[in-house]
Design a protein around this ligand. Structure first.
Ligand code: FAD
Length: 512
């Protein structure tokens, strides 16, 4: 079968444009996937242009991504100045309070009813502690401890997961070293022109500033915000979501380490957005993300700098972005990954995770030269839905915040996407979770945010009425005590990092 004038047959030449996190992750994964098939993978990047250089907090899927390439946690952590991330701590989103969104669950379900219904019942009777205290992941993060989860958790209370904070440039370099080992060819040059087929509009080649032309069958656009191929050459539009996601500017800066590294990312609400603190082993990454409509650059920059404990290692760097996504991530013979495919904002560290799922999806749907529309459509549908689900999860935080000020008022006043409104309605009505396809965040994550903001449902599961209140209070106290005991028995984050240094190349073992 052929499509768009292309002949069918196996893809022989994959050309990746861009050598940031997205480009080198794609090169490593596709290089490994296509090794031995005869398909050549080439990556073109311009050291003159450089990369965005931020993107240091991840979610646990990153560990599965590099494990699939045969890399261990210890190896990646040492190579990338990495620390453990057990969740995100939200400070002052509800003024004067903080809560953790852990990579794990809360409490223990009883009699087939989700834990949170019991927690809500006990709370109504004034007999429940904050939700965090029933979650091992949340409490490890809060108390600055870290470990590898036990392989076969004896109870739901032992379940948690972890991710990394890493130096983005070193992670890309690590991916590059792997990609080159599996045969990916790297070209350092600026792309000056893109040639399209006269009839089909497919990309035929890119022209380098040296005059050389690099031809390909499949092009992967990892050129960052500008979308050199998908946007500029193929004219695919961009859906601007700034009426929902109001933040559009950031300042990023590195600082010296101040104290013991926390085992979580800290995100603190500010005047017109929020500030991040990401602990690495040798330094910290900091930044403020804000809405330029509600705060001026100088004000935001000052707010950032005056809230960093360690000495600054550079001048804060300004970054502008338009939250949203490409109309389609795959057009003709070009698949966009990373910032070229869209960007929301970094609150839940989802951008690198979306690169991973994009790569995985491309492998699952890897085309031949026919570029069957069924494959392209499926890729685009999945990508769009996944991004919309992430958008809704990020929006939830702004919607539930009780902070005052014009920015925060605007976040609460906006008309939400129907998909999010339906979720909120169901939660309010019955404490239940509405689940869609291609959701990156599970009900436990939604619960972390609902519970953290104390945005609680009007009705809970009627089955909970069968449990004697005194018995319920006892069960909850036992869960809380079990979590506290495990936290006390778990190494501090610094001790955990020392075990990473001690580990050779074997997988890290649980130390709890
Ligand atoms: P880039 O890093 O911009 O790379 C683009 C590449 O294209 C470069 O190699 C460049 O040289 C090349 N290129 C461009 N034009 C040409 C040309 N003409 N010729 C040749 N080469 C060219 N993500 C997370 O997951 N976690 C976070 O904590 C996080 N924090 C963020 C904070 C901020 C403020 C921002 C803006 C983003 C954050 N992100 C985060 C997103 C993350 O930074 C990106 O997803 C990631 O870095 C991937 O970027 P990229 O590879 O798509 O683009």
């Amino acid at each position: 079968m052929s499509f768009g004038g292309q002949s069918s047959g196996a893809i022989e030449r994959v050309v990746i444009v861009g050598g940031g996190t997205a480009g080198w992750m794609a090169a490593a994964a596709l290089g490994a996937y296509l090794a031995g098939t005869g398909t050549r993978v080439t990556l073109i990047e311009s050291s003159e242009i450089g990369t965005i250089g931020v993107g240091e907090a991840t979610i646990p899927t990153i560990r599965r991504f590099y494990a699939s390439l045969g890399m261990t946690d210890a190896e990646v952590m040492r190579a990338c100045d990495a620390t453990a991330k057990l969740g995100i701590r939200f400070v002052d989103w509800k003024p004067g309070t903080s809560f953790v969104h852990p990579f794990g669950r809360f409490g223990q379900d009883l009699r087939g009813i989700d834990f949170h219904h019991y927690w809500l019942k006990a709370r109504q009777a004034g007999q429940a502690a904050p939700l965090d205290e029933y979650s091992l992941g949340a409490m490890l993060a809060r108390e600055g401890h870290a470990s590898v989860p036990v392989p076969n958790p004896p109870s739901q209370l032992s379940i948690f997961d972890w991710a990394l904070h890493f130096d983005a440039a070193r992670f890309a370099a690590h991916m590059r070293a792997f990609a080159e080992r599996v045969g990916v060819i790297r070209i350092d040059a600026r792309i000056a022109d893109v040639a399209l087929h006269g009839e089909t509009g497919f990309i035929e080649s890119v022209a380098l500033d040296s005059g050389e032309r690099i031809e390909g069958d499949l092009f992967i656009d990892c050129s960052g915000f500008r979308g050199l191929l998908i946007g500029e050459a193929l004219g695919v539009g961009y859906q601007d979501w700034s009426h929902w996601l109001l933040c559009d500017t950031a300042f990023a800066v590195q600082s010296e380490r101040a104290g013991e590294p926390p085992s979580c990312t800290t995100v603190t609400a500010r005047t017109a957005g929020w500030q991040w603190r990401i602990p690495l082993r040798s330094r910290e990454g900091n930044g403020i993300v804000f809405s330029s409509t509600y705060q001026g650059d100088e004000d935001a920059r000052t707010e950032l700098v005056s809230n960093i404990a360690g000495k600054l290692l550079m001048e804060p760097r300004k970054l502008r972005f338009t939250p949203g996504r490409r109309d389609v991530a795959w057009a003709k013979n070009c698949v966009a990954l990373g910032l070229a495919s869209g960007f929301l904002e970094p609150l839940e560290s989802t951008s690198i995770a979306l690169i991973e799922t994009g790569i995985e999806r491309l492998k699952q749907l890897f085309p031949d030269k026919g570029f069957d529309p069924a494959v392209v459509t499926e890729y685009n549908d999945q990508s769009a839905e996944e991004m919309e689900r992430v958008r809704d999860f990020i929006l939830l935080h702004y919607r539930l915040s009780t902070r005052e000020g014009p920015f925060w008022d605007a976040c609460r006043a906006m008309i939400l996407p129907d998909s999010l409104s339906a979720k909120l309605d169901l939660w309010r009505a019955r404490g239940a979770f509405l689940r869609y396809r291609w959701e990156m965040f599970s009900p436990a994550s939604w619960l972390a945010i609902y519970g953290g903001f104390e945005h609680l449902p009007e009705r809970i599961d009627p089955g909970v009425a069968a449990v004697d209140p005194a018995e319920l209070a006892r069960a909850l106290a036992q869960m809380r005590a079990a979590v506290a005991r495990t936290v006390a028995d778990t190494p501090t984050h610094s001790e955990f990092l020392a075990t990473v240094d001690g580990a050779a190349t074997e997988p890290l073992r649980t130390s709890a």
